[in-house]
Design a protein around this ligand. Structure first.
Ligand SMILES: Cc1cc2nc3c(=O)[nH]c(=O)nc-3n(C[C@H](O)[C@H](O)[C@H](O)COP(=O)(O)OP(=O)(O)OC[C@H]3O[C@@H](n4cnc5c(N)ncnc54)[C@H](O)[C@@H]3O)c2cc1C
Length: 478
C-alpha cells in the first residue's frame, strides 16, 4: 500500500531519531531535494530526513524498519538516472547525507583519506591538494556530488583511464544497514584478501542495500606536471588510432582522453557565448598527460603529437601554454554538458563498448537517428579512453514536450539495442536508477537475476532501501 502522508505521531518519532534540524516535511522546504540536476524529473517524498551523525542514521533506519517505511538515500542529487528521486510517487522518505559532511582524517604517510559520506567531492579534492596529494575522481558535478553518492553510483569521470572508477579508489566503507545495524568496513589496507570483499557489494548498489555513512579512499601523489592539448582529427577512427598510439608512446602518463564531435561545440557556446574552439575539425580530442617532476612531459607530448601529425592522424593541434589555457580547453568539455541541460529535454545515454568499437557505435547510432528520427540532432562525445560514449540526441526545437519525451523513449531504446548488439553496456557510468531499471532487468540472465535477488533479500528483506531503483518494483520481480 502506498503511503500519501505521515501521521503526527510518526513525524514526531522521525524527529526523535534525527533531531528538529534533521526533519523537513513542508512542501517548500522539501522542494530542493525533489528535482534532478537536469530539470528532467520531479519526485515526491513524505519527508526529508537529514541525520547529523552515524548514530542518528542508525536510529532512523531502526525506526523505518519497524514502521515499514521505504527510504531513498540521497547525496548531492546530481545523478542522471532518477536514483535519488521518487519519480513514481511510491510514498518514501528521502534520507539526505548533507549534514554528515566532515573529512575525518587525511593520512599522507599511507596516502589515504577517510570522510563522512556527505562530504562534497570538491572539498575532498581541495583538502588533498593542500597536502600535495591527489584524489583523482573528477567529474563535472564535483562541486555538488558527495563521496557517498560517488561510492553508491560507482562514479567514473575523466581520469578513469589512468586511476579507475570509484570502485578502484575506495579502500573501505561504513554502512548503516536496512535494520539500523552498522557494518564497519572502513579500512586503510591496500591488500586484504580475507573472504568476500563486502565493500564492493555496496559500491554501485545505488542505495538499494544500505546507507553509506563513511568512505575511506586511496590518494596519489599530486602530479607536479600536467600537459594538455586540444586536437583536430578527421574521424572517430582516427581518434581511436590516436588513443592507441598515445598509450604506446606515453604509457600511463595519459590521464585523460576525451573525444568531442564538432556538433557539440555549439552547445558549449550556449554556456560560454564568447568561446572559440581551438581547432576546426569534425572530431576533436582533449588529451591530458600528468607526471612527477623529473619527466620532460612537455617534450613527451610535443614529440608524440609531432609524430601523429606527420602520420596524418592529427590535422591540427594546440598545446596549452598556461594553466588558464588548459582550463579553457576543459571548459569546452564541461560547457557542452551544461549547454544540453540549457537546451531542455534531450535523450541522454552513457553507452560503453570495446574501445575499438567506438567508431562503429557512433556511425550506427548516427545512421539510426538520421534515418528514423529526422530533425533530431545527434551528439557524440565522451571518455573515449574507457570506451564510454555519451550519444545524446536533441529534439527539434518546435516539438512539443510530450511528443519529444515519447519519441525520446523510442530513440533511447534504439540506441541501447545498438550498444548491446556490439557487446556493450547501456550504462558505462551513470548507473541504472529508476530510468533504466526495466531495460537493466530485462537484459539479465535468469542466473544473474537470481543472484541479485538473493543479495537484495538477504540485506533488505523488507524491501525498504530505495524501492523501484535498480531492481524494478517488487510486483514485477519474478
Ligand atoms: C554535469 C554532470 C556531470 C556528470 N559527470 C559524470 C561523470 O563524468 N561520470 C559519472 O560517473 N557520473 C557523472 N555524473 C553523474 C553524477 O554526478 C554521479 O553519478 C555522482 O556520483 C552522483 O553523486 P551524488 O552524491 O550526487 O549522488 P545522488 O545523485 O544523490 O545519488 C545517486 C545514487 O546513489 C544513491 N546514494 C547517494 N548517496 C548515498 C549514500 N550515502 N548511501 C547509499 N546510497 C546513496 C542514491 O540513492 C542514488 O541511487 C554527472 C552529473 C552531472 C550533473
Amino acid at each position: 500500500m502506498t503511503l500519501h502522508s505521515l501521521s503526527p505521531d510518526i513525524l514526531g518519532a522521525l524527529e526523535g531519531a534525527v533531531g528538529r534540524d534533521g526533519l523537513t516535511a513542508d512542501t517548500a522546504g522539501m522542494a530542493k531535494y525533489l528535482g534532478d540536476w537536469a530539470g528532467d524529473c520531479r519526485g515526491s517524498a513524505l519527508a526529508v530526513l537529514r541525520p547529523g551523525s552515524v548514530a542518528d542514521a542508525q536510529a532512523l533506519m531502526r525506526l523505518c524498519s519497524e514502521l515499514g517505511l521505504g527510504v531513498i538515500p540521497q547525496g548531492g542529487n546530481t545523478g542522471l538516472v532518477s536514483g535519488a528521486i521518487d519519480s513514481k510517487g511510491a510514498g518514501l522518505v528521502v534520507v539526505s547525507l548533507e549534514r554528515l559532511n566532515a573529512i575525518r582524517r587525511i593520512d599522507t604517510e599511507n596516502f589515504t583519506l577517510q570522510a563522512d559520506a556527505g562530504c562534497v567531492l570538491q572539498t575532498i579534492k581541495d583538502a588533498t591538494e593542500a597536502q600535495d596529494c591527489l584524489f583523482p575522481l573528477a567529474l563535472g558535478a564535483q562541486g555538488s556530488c558527495q563521496i557517498g553518492g560517488n561510492a553508491a553510483s560507482n562514479a567514473g569521470g575523466v581520469n578513469v583511464l589512468r586511476y579507475g572508477m570509484a570502485r578502484d579508489l575506495i579502500l573501505g566503507l561504513e554502512v548503516v544497514l536496512a535494520d539500523g545495524e552498522l557494518w564497519e568496513g572502513l579500512s586503510g589496507l591496500r591488500k586484504n584478501n580475507s573472504g568476500y570483499d563486502l565493500k564492493q557489494l555496496f559500491i554501485g548498489s545505488e542505495g538499494t542495500l544500505g546507507i553509506i555513512t563513511g568512505v575511506e579512499v586511496k590518494l596519489f601523489p599530486k602530479p607536479a606536471r600536467v600537459e594538455t592539448a586540444y586536437l583536430g582529427l578527421a574521424s572517430f577512427e582516427a581518434a581511436i588510432a590516436l588513443f592507441n598510439q598515445a598509450r604506446q608512446a606515453c604509457s600511463d602518463l595519459v590521464s585523460a582522453f576525451e573525444i568531442i564531435g564538432s556538433e557539440c561545440i555549439e552547445l558549449a557556446r550556449l554556456v560560454y557565448p564568447a568561446m572559440t574552439a581551438p581547432v576546426s575539425a569534425p572530431v576533436q580530442v582533449l588529451i591530458e598527460l600528468s607526471s612527477g617532476p623529473s619527466i620532460d612531459l612537455n617534450g613527451v607530448l610535443a614529440g608524440f603529437l609531432a609524430d601523429a601529425m606527420e602520420d596524418g592522424l592529427v590535422t591540427d593541434a594546440v598545446l596549452a601554454t598556461s594553466v588558464a589555457q588548459a582550463k579553457a580547453f576543459w571548459a569546452i568539455r564541461e560547457g557542452l554538458v551544461e549547454g544540453q541541460a540549457k537546451r531542455g529535454y534531450h535523450v541522454r545515454t552513457d553507452l560503453s563498448v570495446r574501445i575499438s568499437d567506438i567508431p562503429a557505435l557512433i556511425e550506427r547510432a548516427r545512421r539510426f537517428v538520421a534515418n528514423e528520427h529526422s530533425g533530431w540532432i545527434s551528439l557524440a562525445y565522451g571518455h573515449a579512453g574507457d570506451g564510454n560514449i555519451h550519444f545524446n540526441v536533441l529534439p527539434p526545437l518546435d516539438l512539443g514536450a510530450g511528443e519529444a519525451r515519447a519519441r525520446g523513449a523510442e530513440i533511447t531504446a534504439g540506441l541501447y539495442d545498438i550498444a548491446v548488439n556490439l557487446g556493450g553496456s547501456i550504462s558505462a557510468e551513470h548507473g541504472i536508477g529508476r530510468s533504466r531499471s526495466r531495460e537493466f532487468w530485462a537484459g539479465l540472465s535468469p542466473t544473474h537475476r537470481r543472484i541479485v535477488t538473493a543479495l537484495k533479500t538477504a540485506l533488505d528483506p523488507k524491501g525498504l532501501m530505495n524501492p523501484g531503483c535498480l531492481l524494478p518494483s517488487t510486483e514485477t520481480l519474478p
